[in-house]
Design a protein around this ligand. Structure first.
Ligand code: ADP
Ligand code: MG
Length: 729
């Protein structure tokens, strides 16, 4: 028997870094080379069309057909000049990836030849045959087909030979079938609500943007080793595998020298990402061996989400060119740090003010406090929903483990900011405001340094930490589409800001002066949202007890957590803000539960297969060798001496027999649990059954197989071990 494991290990050791062809130009010159940027719009579009299109992009005005035709023609000429032969509507269905269906530009010219054409109609709207995308029954319910519609706020780009047009994917009756449509609606809602609140402070603000800077963590595994692990191949994580003697305890990987093969991969990836307009900024080794991170400069949220989706697909492609596979799963290896995707989030105005950043004047600082507190209000009110927005079968492995944000949404503010909120809470309004003659209003708000010092020493255990001029939503999973978290967060903050505005306006209408009214309501809100503020250790057991005393959502079961989307307050918020109707929420939850079930189901099948076809045969083989040895001993020694000499082997034979039996029982129980769960009607109930009865059985099997890995002779073991997966690069 040839052991594939040794072959792939030997090959992996021989691999050299792949030569990367570096462009002649500087990064600043090839940045966005493959994107239809404003500069290119200006070059390829007639002036009046350019003006109309930028008006659509900047101000959300309507795009009429004649403009669309002219834009499509300009885009086609640019695409042709850059070698594109095909085009596609690029969208984000409710799966983990993106979807595309390529068509070429060619059409009959009716003279026996071909012409290349691209009409406004094709740019603006298409009907992909999308019956196979998850919709949670929306298309049945509404008897409507799905179509994709151009999102002009995210620029078109060229990937290889294909012009990609970012689109939303919705049903003919308008229900969202993707991640982008609700995100755009949430961004619109937060723009309206935040702009209204901004007007208390600055009359010239016309628009508020939501910003997102994600930090993408990932693992790289040698492709050969990967292919010898059915679990990695089919589920993205190792379902078994004993910890290696060394893992991350030496902290020698974090920020260490980037290995050569990885460096080549990163270089290649960044060149392609920069050409696609993704502003890659930071790269480094992460905490776990073979774990890395890439972070761009933050961008407007919709664009940042598209760029993250694009980057994840680029990573997968590029990794293969370098003989790696990229693991985006949140927890590929038990006992080793998982991967997240911190979402750095803030709001800023079209006039250039970062609303979550302290300013120089008292009104600026009052504005800062308002945006901090109303963000906390959103997080406090919708903590359960925010958790649901980041939850998945895969991210569930990471939350709650002592290395990632805990499964309780709280917010870290740091000493200075906490002291400031306490000061406002405990002073009365008139003491905070003093009219100081010609200088106008004076606010007794303690000076806020522009650089909030204690936030450099951040609390890494907080799922939603303030980090100086933004919040960092750390619970987002590495594999996730950030749109889910960003939709929930921006919606929650939009609702909080809009409630704030209503209450302040009511006070003003009853005769209170504006600043007084703002501070009165602010103080109320500081008190209300206090339970969500927590600067301590989020990993401690005391916190779990304290959080439940505070009434925070402490649910840890993934299928239960999804229910938060259907809470009365979630439904009310989403529908009031025009983001999603109750029907849409129900349909999407159906998809979440089904996806959860399918993932566990696939894992359970793979677990069964690996146990029966890899582990048990190998263990039995080794056991037979031991038995042979014991029986040979009896051939050359007297029985009593032979038994004494074989004592250890006899123990092992028994241990292997017991563990094999336990695995067989485990697999039977797993199959039975699945059979029972599969008969359950209702996506929610089935997911709960998979969570409660199927998933735990895999843990039992794993314990046994991992013990066998320690016993069985290394030469026989067919699955690449943790030390090989984690240390060969
Ligand atoms: P860390 O120290 O947490 O790794 P970085 O300095 O690498 O943080 O930044 C992480 C991300 O946060 C980057 O994408 C960065 O552009 C982004 N970021 C910085 N300031 C803001 C902000 N005000 N709003 C949103 N994102 C921001
Ligand atoms: Mg960070």
């Amino acid at each position: 028997m040839v052991n594939l494991r040794f072959q792939v290990v030997a090959e992996a050791f021989r691999k050299k870094p792949v030569e990367v062809c570096t462009p002649q130009e500087r990064p600043s010159e090839y940045f966005a080379k493959n994107v239809f940027t404003r500069e290119k719009m200006y070059k390829y579009l007639p002036k009046d069309i350019y003006d109309r299109l930028t008006d659509v992009i900047d101000n959300g005005s309507r795009l009429d057909r004649s403009v669309a035709d002219a834009v499509a023609d300009g885009i086609r000429r640019w695409a042709a000049d850059n070698g594109a032969t095909h085009y596609t509507h690029w969208f984000q269905p409710l799966t983990e990836g993106t979807a595309e269906k390529h068509d070429s530009f060619i059409e009959h010219d009716m003279k026996g030849g071909m012409v290349e054409e691209f009409s406004g109609k094709l740019l603006v709207q298409q009907e992909p045959d999308a019956s196979s995308f998850p919709s949670g029954g929306i298309r049945n319910t509404f008897e409507a087909r799905g179509y994709s519609a151009w999102d002009p706020t995210s620029p078109v780009f060229i990937m290889d030979d294909t012009l990609c047009i970012p689109t939303v994917f919705i049903s003919y009756t308008g229900e969202a079938l993707d991640y982008k449509a609700p995100l755009l609606r949430a961004l619109h809602a937060v723009n309206i609500a935040a702009t209204d609140v901004c007007r208390y402070f600055y009359t010239d603000v016309r628009k508020v943007n939501s910003n997102l800077g994600w930090e993408q963590e990932y693992f790289l595994v040698d492709e050969g080793l990967y292919s010898a692990r059915p679990d990695l191949l089919l589920t993205g994580r190792t379902l078994m595998g004993h910890a290696s003697a060394k893992n991350q305890q030496m902290d020698d990987h974090y920020f260490g020298i980037i290995p050569d093969r990885v460096q080549a991969f990163m270089k290649d990836l960044e060149i392609r990402a920069l050409e696609l307009g993704i502003p890659c900024k930071t790269r480094h080794n992460e905490v776990a061996p073979n774990q890395f991170e890439l972070a761009p400069i933050f961008e407007e949220t919709n664009l940042a989400v598209d760029h993250n989706m694009l980057l994840m697909s680029l990573m997968k492609k590029t990794a293969r060119r370098h003989g790696f596979r990229v693991l985006l799963h949140e927890k590929p290896f038990a006992g080793i740090n998982g991967s997240g995707k911190h979402n750095n989030w803030s709001l800023s105005t079209d006039t250039g003010i970062l609303l979550h950043s302290p300013g120089k004047t008292p009104p600026d600082n009052l504005r800062f406090v308002v945006f901090i507190v109303e963000t906390l209000m959103g997080v406090y009110r919708h903590g359960g929903l925010l958790k649901a927005s980041i939850m998945s079968a895969t991210n569930a492995h990471r939350l709650g483990a002592n290395e990632a944000p805990p499964a309780i949404i709280s917010s870290f503010l740091g000493k200075q900011l906490s002291a400031l909120l306490d000061h406002i809470e405990n002073s009365d309004t008139d003491a905070l405001i003093a009219m100081a003659g010609k200088q106008g209003m004076k606010l007794d708000i303690p000076e806020i340094p522009e650089l909030l010092i204690d936030n450099t020493d951040r609390n890494r255990t907080s799922p939603f930490a303030f980090t100086g001029n933004r919040f960092e939503f750390r619970a987002v999973g590495s594999e996730a589409n950030c749109a889910s978290a960003m939709t929930a967060l921006n919606a929650a903050v939009a609702e909080a800001l809009s409630d704030f505005k209503t209450r302040v306006d009511n006070l003003i209408a009853s005769g209170r002066d504006k600043t007084g009214a703002i501070i009165d309501i602010l103080r109320q809100d500081i008190r209300t949202c206090k339970p969500v503020r927590f600067d301590g250790n989020g990993y401690s057991d005391e916190w779990v007890a304290e959080a439940s005393r505070r009434g925070l959502d402490c649910q840890t079961s993934c299928p239960e957590i999804f229910r938060s989307y259907l809470d009365e307050k979630s439904v009310a918020m989403f529908s009031r803000l025009g983001i999603m109707s109750e029907k849409e929420l129900e349909a999407r939850n159906e998809v979440k539960w089904e996806t959860y079930t399918k993932k566990i189901q696939i894992e359970a099948r793979v677990m069964g297969d690996m146990s029966m076809n890899h582990i048990i045969p190998v263990a039995t083989h080794y056991q037979s060798m031991l038995i042979k040895n014991v029986s040979n001993m009896r051939g050359i020694f007297k029985a009593e001496k032979a038994d004494r000499l074989s004592a250890r082997n006899i123990e092992l034979i028994e241990e292997i027999a017991a563990r094999i039996a336990a695995i067989e029982d485990g697999v039977d129980a797993l199959v039975e649990a699945r059979r029972v769960a599969n008969r359950i009607n209702g996506a929610y109930e089935r997911a709960v059954a998979y969570h409660d009865t199927v998933a735990p059985k895999m843990e039992t099997i794993r314990r046994e197989t991992d013990r066998l890995e320690l016993i069985v002779e290394d030469d026989l073991w067919t699955l690449p071990k943790y030390r090989e997966l984690l240390f060969i690069r």
